[in-house]
Design a binder for this molecule. Structure first.
Ligand code: SF4
Ligand code: SF4
Length: 268
């Protein structure tokens, strides 16, 4: 069993699920800044007024309104770890620090990692790798396992789909491998984006050529999880062109990786 702990969020968010709302109006009644109003279409929040105090979510009887993101102190995280400890001691698990991007808060992360390390708790850090190399290598001194996202090798395509250059991400992966960190590379496989033969072969070549032992690779098929969250946030994105890769496509990817001496598994 792995306990997942997210660091302080860059921004709290209010989530609303219309299907769960019974229209009681409690959320609007308690809002200290009158940001919340009950309309025939459900509860509408004025984003300019809302301070994300969370009072509306506290009183919502059906969890139609929820807040995502919560601030934890190091001591509070250790309390959570203490409670979960019997479970992961039994199962050989540990704590995974994820986000967002936990390396956005390196001082906080290192403090918690050190504290967990002193208690002999296995520590995994889930990262996009889009951080300063010095920061990553400092965190590596207190981390037992990195779960490292690799999306694609093609720089132009990476920039188009993610908005950022992948040079730093690739350099950092190589730096971790050089350092001798334990790294599990995770590939979010998105139909129509990075499931074509060239993209898959490029990723397999890159991982196979990293220094150190051949790494296990996790393939995470796109499940369109983002759609549900966007709806809750009242946001819309054009995800129509993306699709979940089928089982034949997934098997093909596993076979390509095997050809490079890499064991790829689905999920993880
Ligand atoms: S989070 Fe606070 S400010 Fe925002 S709508 Fe809810 S009660 Fe009002
Ligand atoms: S408190 Fe919850 S159920 Fe009641 S109106 Fe607000 S969102 Fe809907």
């Amino acid at each position: 069993m792995m306990a997942r702990v997210s660091g302080p969020p860059p921004k709290a968010q209010k989530l609303f699920t219309a299907a769960k709302c019974i229209g009681c109006g409690e959320c609007c009644r308690v809002c200290p800044v009158s940001a919340c109003s009950l309309t025939p279409d459900g509860v509408v929040t004025d984003g300019d007024l809302c301070t994300f105090c969370g009072k509306c979510a506290e009183v919502c009887p059906t969890l139609a309104t929820e807040m995502s993101g919560r601030y934890y102190s190091v001591a509070e995280i250790l309390e959570v770890v203490k409670k979960e400890r019997p479970f992961f001691d039994q199962s050989g698990g540990g704590v995974t620090f994820s986000g967002g991007e936990p390396l956005l808060y390196p001082e906080f992360l290192i403090e918690v990692l050190e504290a967990c390390g002193r208690q002999g708790v296995h520590r995994a850090v889930d990262t996009s790798g889009f951080v300063k190399k010095e920061t990553l290598l400092e965190v590596a001194q207190h981390t037992d396992l990195f779960l490292y996202d690799l999306k694609m090798l093609d720089a132009e395509k990476h920039k188009r789909y993610t908005g950022v250059d992948n040079r730093l991400i690739l350099d950092n992966l190589a730096a971790l491998a050089e350092y001798g960190a334990e790294v599990q590379v995770r590939i979010p496989l998105i139909g129509g984006v990075n499931d074509d033969d060239d993209s898959v072969a490029a990723m397999a070549t890159y991982i196979a050529d990293l220094p150190g032992e051949k790494r296990a690779v996790s393939i995470l098929p796109f499940h369109d999880v983002a759609r549900g969250k966007d709806e809750k946030l009242g946001q819309e994105r054009d995800l129509a062109a993306l699709y979940e890769p089928g089982s034949d496509a997934l098997q093909k990817v596993i076979d390509v990786f095997a050809g490079y001496g890499l064991t790829a598994t689905i999920g993880g």
